[in-house]
Design a binder for this molecule. Structure first.
Ligand code: ATP
Length: 515
């Protein structure tokens, strides 16, 4: 069986070969951790964004949108805390010259202990069969207890070090538990240093006295500084949310996992403004809503889990991640944060403007509390590609590479394929396509054998192939082939609209969220 690492490599190669993701400026050998989306990638990405956007603004009448500029007044980032605190602790291995995030090295170490424990439990479960009592086993087995004690010890030190921003202690943990560099295999580490992740640039010509500005590291601040604009002009009443999709930039220390960690990426964020004291209720509400959004895609419920943060960001009083099982383990795809009134209060202080909301029901003014949901478009894209990529062994011994992308999100919904390039079949195929193209992104392909064409469509995740043959000219019927089952069926051209429409309608997913 192929290892997860092999599968990940294949996925990266497949993404490039079929026009989903290219390395940026590839003719110049690429730019580290920056990627471009190709002709199929951009369709999938746009569909993901539409699914998110509509789920926010259609399903929630108290959520509206915004599109703020990437450039913002530099004081924004002072007020938000990013200038002083948007840091990651970095450490270098002197032998391999590779750079790591010290916190990630320790998280990986913790994951190793978890793995060891889980393996013991799995082994025992197999051995004891039905009589197995996991709770008893976990609390009595010597090896499990030993590993659990060590894990708790590391975890305790780690959380304290993060909360105290104690870089010396982070290094001490790495040394005490003999963490080695995965490349050189040595423990020859530098000290741990803080590194600010924001990119900066200059605005205006130097003669005028250029101003140093930042490329936004999150889209959230564009929402905060517009809070009153939207509230007043939209006559919004608390609780309400503002959502936004846009690019964000982070000078990530380690960027080695394809589009999982990029230096330029895209976020879909919502800030939901609530009465102080009601934030935990809404935190739970949005956790549930967002998990349903993910699960509605049908990639497998077991692939998702919540992971509560060990260290809360400077602005948060509760935070959890929705993690997805990537080929390289469970990883964060979305963060849900209770940001208190930190951002709005801070902008009030730094700008000197009143950013309070007058609550007509309570007859008082206050700075609202905020629940944020923040999801990466690119990580969602990766999770969908990873869960959809399948190599199937067929009965005839051949292997079929297929992307079982949720039909709603597929880049191309239907491929129209004339069986041969003559006898009026291409004309008939075009006629069908001209009818369907108003509703669905369609593809047309007349080159190579029909079998090869089916494979090409499987590889980009097209849910329907529609084959036009000689009988079509007589009976106005076509063969429709379903990607996932490869089943073929004869249907009337007049019914295509409905057959395709039923399966690719986003309403199907929305109903799973709020149905
Ligand atoms: P990580 O711990 O993986 O660095 P984070 O906790 O800093 O992520 P947030 O600040 O919560 O991430 O950002 C919200 C979302 O934005 C993340 O859940 C992720 O989907 C996305 N995101 C953050 N950084 C990147 C990146 N460098 N590349 C791609 N997506 C990212």
């Amino acid at each position: 069986m192929a290892s997860q690492e092999d599968i990940f490599k294949k996925l990266i190669a497949h993404s490039k070969e079929y026009g989903f993701v290219f390395p940026s400026s590839e003719i110049y050998d690429g730019l580290s951790a920056v990627y471009d989306y190709g002709q199929n990638g951009v369709e999938l990405k746009n569909n993901i964004k539409k699914y998110w956007w509509d789920s926010m603004v259609l399903l929630n009448e108290n959520v509206v949108g915004l599109d703020a500029a990437i450039f913002m007044h530099p004081t924004t980032w002072k007020a938000s805390g990013h200038v002083d605190a948007f840091n990651d602790p970095l450490i270098d291995n002197k032998d391999s010259k590779k750079r790591y995030r010290a916190d990630v090295l320790i998280e990986d170490l913790l994951a190793k202990y978890d793995d060891k424990i889980n393996k013991e439990v799995e082994k025992a479960a197999k051995r004891f069969g039905e009589s197995f009592d996991e709770t008893v086993f976990r609390s009595t087995n010597e090896r499990v207890l030993e590993n659990q004690t060590k894990r708790n010890e590391i975890h305790g030190r780690f959380v304290k070090a993060l909360n105290d921003s104690d870089l010396v202690e982070l290094k001490a943990i790495i040394e005490d538990y003999e963490v080695v560099c995965p490349v050189s295999g040595t423990r020859n580490w530098t000290e741990v240093r803080q590194f600010n992740l924001m990119f900066s640039t200059d605005m205006g010509s130097t003669a005028d006295g250029a101003m140093k500005i930042y490329l936004r590291p999150e889209t959230a601040q564009g929402i905060f500084v517009n809070f009153l604009n939207v509230q007043k002009t939209g006559r919004m009443k608390i609780p309400f949310g503002i959502c936004q999709i846009g690019k964000a930039f982070r000078n990530e220390i380690v960027a080695r996992q394809f589009i999982f960690r990029m230096r330029e990426f895209e976020q879909m964020e919502m800030q939901f403004f609530v009465r102080p004291g009601e934030e935990m209720k809404w935190f739970e509400h949005w956790k549930e809503f967002r998990l349903k959004w993910h699960k509605a895609l049908g990639l497998g419920d077991q692939k998702y889990r919540f992971h509560d943060h060990d260290k809360l960001a400077h602005y948060a009083n509760a935070a959890t991640d929705i993690e997805f099982e990537m080929p390289f383990g469970f990883k964060e795809v979305e963060g849900i944060h209770s940001r208190t009134d930190f951002d709005l209060s801070s902008h009030e202080k730094f700008s000197g403007k009143n950013i309070k909301y007058f609550d007509p029901e309570l007859n008082e003014s206050y700075v609202p509390y905020v629940i944020e949901t923040s999801i990466g478009v690119d990580r969602t894209f990766l999770s969908i590609m990873a869960a959809s990529y399948n190599e199937e062994l067929l009965e005839n011994g051949e292997t079929r590479v297929v992307l079982n992308i949720p039909a709603v999100l597929a880049p191309i919904k239907a491929a129209i394929l004339p069986l041969v390039k003559k006898d009026g079949l291409p004309e008939k195929a075009r006629e069908i396509m001209n009818d369907l193209k108003f509703d669905f992104k369609c593809g047309y392909d007349e080159k190579d054998s029909i079998g090869k064409r089916y494979r090409r469509q499987d590889a980009i995740g097209t849910p329907f192939c529609i084959t036009v043959d000689h009988d079509t000219l007589l009976d106005n019927c076509v063969t429709i082939r379903y990607r996932d089952t490869m089943l073929q069926e004869r249907v009337a051209i007049a019914d295509l609209q409905q057959i395709i429409g039923d399966l690719v309608n986003m309403k199907n997913l929305f109903k799973k969220i709020v149905g």
